[in-house]
Write a protein that binds this ligand. Sequence first.
Ligand SMILES: C[S@@+](CC[C@H](N)C(=O)[O-])C[C@H]1O[C@@H](n2cnc3c(N)ncnc32)[C@H](O)[C@@H]1O
Length: 222
Amino acid sequence: MEISYWQSRWEKGNTGWHMDTVYPPLPNLWNHLGMNAEAQVLVPLCGKSLDLLWLADHCDTVTGVEVSPKALQYVMQEHNESFAQDYSHGFSIYRSDSLVLWQGDYAKLPADQIPSQDLIYDKASIIALPAEKRSRHANKTIELSNSDTQLLIQTFEYNQSEMSGPPFSVDEQELKKLFGHWFKLKCIHEQSKLEELQKFKRRGLSSFLTEKVFHLTPSNSG
Ligand SMILES: C[S@@+](CC[C@H](N)C(=O)[O-])C[C@H]1O[C@@H](n2cnc3c(N)ncnc32)[C@H](O)[C@@H]1O
């Protein structure tokens, strides 16, 4: 699943993952974390998710990272602020008062240019990647974290032999392998989704589909 795969999906308007609402569990998850209005939040592989705008209303600055210029144009159209553009480290960067959008490959994001983050919100992000690309993604997230950074990671679990991704099935054991050296993991949201997401049934899924959200806190904290 190369970047060209995603570029082509954006070009064709084949963005079936996009939700026309904010991710419904987000407000409760946000309250659970106890984040405040000064928080800095990073959203890897952000697409044109409306979560960016919800988060921008609830924290200080949201930094989104996305390879598709088209996706970020949508976000800027929907956001009621003006953006200044500059270029750095091979990325186009669009900044408004509350949103900073980096257009380019997340794995190449220069960590020394990104301020310290309170939360990294990984929604439909690590599960968009095939197994061989997940450790590079996870390592970048770890590199962008400091001793106080919390992570929220949304996953799907299903029988991978019934359907090919994306989205891919990523279970707790794999997240522990990728992040467990640095973070403690706790599942804080779990919901069966097979009936709601009929499109996955049409792709062959028949046994189960469980959505989970994991809260990861630095393992050196209390
Ligand atoms: C399944 S979509 C999810 C988008 C968003 N998180 C959401 O919930 O709507 C995955 C997104 O990741 C972007 N993407 C894939 N690989 C990327 C990479 N290496 N760097 C930045 N963005 C990437 C794609 O263009 C696509 O918009």
